[in-house]
Design a binder for this molecule. Structure first.
Ligand code: PPE
Length: 308
């Protein structure tokens, strides 16, 4: 997806003009995938922009860094403030925000700990992740021949740059097979997640989503959707999902910051439900978008207003 340039990028504590936010080609992260990132959205409400689940994203970023022994030279509060400042400084009503912590320029070789740790925060306008029609019409997906990582290889909990080598393979294969996205299985052959989204299944009025130990990223949208579904009285189960349950489910949808709630209308060319967005998916989307747009009260305190 093309990046819509904005004006400033926050770089190690100060704003620099967009075109001047540069790194050396021998930066560690470029060679070994040693970066941690977040994807966050800010939404336009009648009271200005509001960042969705800001503390949750910042917390996950620090946890990813802890697993990879990266010391962020800022506190969580400082990073949260810098994220809000980046939205304000660029005058963005609604946008996608990309904080990135990376091992920088200093030495090469796999042991990374003598490299400096740098932090940037960028924000720009970004529309629907899987295309403008996807949120209404749904997408066509295929089960990938690439699996998610085995539990003791790379830690799925951590949102680390290097893990997205796997995501890229899933996404490219899906595109070459004519699908909008792929669904990866875990090492045991059970459903894990999309290349950049978590997945939910609806069957007989119950929601199912893979448990954390199915090599998934613990998605923040996933948590919010579980909360909204329970608020609406649905039962939600985090469990092991065999591949074939996909084909016989009534509805399937992806969740993610970029994907928001995207319905899935077919898997491996097998039509899911009525082949379009299902009623429970629509109900959850509606709840979600009413909260993020400020149309209904933010009862779970998910929005952080941006001060201009
Ligand atoms: N799984 C993966 C592998 C993943 O990358 C994401 C987010 C999720 C699940 C959903 O997590 P959450 O955003 O907290 O609900 N993917 C981000 C990056 C996508 C990209 O193409 O870049 C995102 O949605 O921002």
């Amino acid at each position: 997806m093309p990046i819509n340039k904005s004006d400033f990028i926050w770089f190690d504590g100060a704003f620099v003009p967009w075109d001047e936010a540069k790194v050396h080609v021998l930066s560690h992260a470029l060679h070994y995938g040693s970066s941690v990132f977040e994807g966050i959205r800010s939404y336009e409400t009648s009271n200005g922009s509001a960042v969705f689940c800001l503390p949750q994203h910042v917390r996950r970023m620090f946890r990813s860094c802890k697993i990879y022994r990266m010391e962020i030279p800022f506190t969580q509060d400082e990073i949260a403030q810098a994220i809000a400042d980046t939205v304000a400084k660029n005058n963005l009503p609604s946008c996608y925000i990309r904080p990135l912590v990376f091992r920088g320029y200093g030495q090469l070789g796999v042991e990374p700990r003598t490299c400096p740790v740098n932090v940037i925060i960028a924000a720009w306008e970004w529309g629907a992740y899987l295309g403008p029609e996807a949120l209404e019409q749904g997408v066509d997906v295929g089960v990938s021949s690439w699996r998610r990582m085995a539990p003791d290889t790379t830690p799925a909990f951590a949102k680390v740059g290097g893990h997205y080598a796997n995501s890229q393979l899933i996404r490219m294969e899906a595109a070459e097979n004519g699908f909008d996205e792929g669904i990866a299985l875990d090492i045991y052959g059970n459903v894990s997640e999309g290349s950049g989204e978590n997945i939910f299944i609806v069957q007989d009025g119950v929601l199912y989503t893979p448990q954390l130990s199915s090599s998934i990223l613990g998605g923040i949208t996933r948590s919010c959707v579980m909360t909204l579904a329970r608020d609406l009285g649905y039962e939600v189960k985090e469990t092991v999902i065999p591949r074939e349950q996909l084909y016989v489910s009534d509805e399937i949808f992806f969740t993610g910051t970029a994907a928001e709630l995207t319905p899935i209308r077919s898997v491996d060319h097998i039509v899911i439900g009525a082949g379009r967005r299902g009623p429970i998916t629509a109900q959850l989307q509606n709840e979600f978008f009413k909260i993020v747009s400020g149309e209904v009260p933010d009862r779970h305190h998910w929005l952080t207003p941006v001060q201009r």
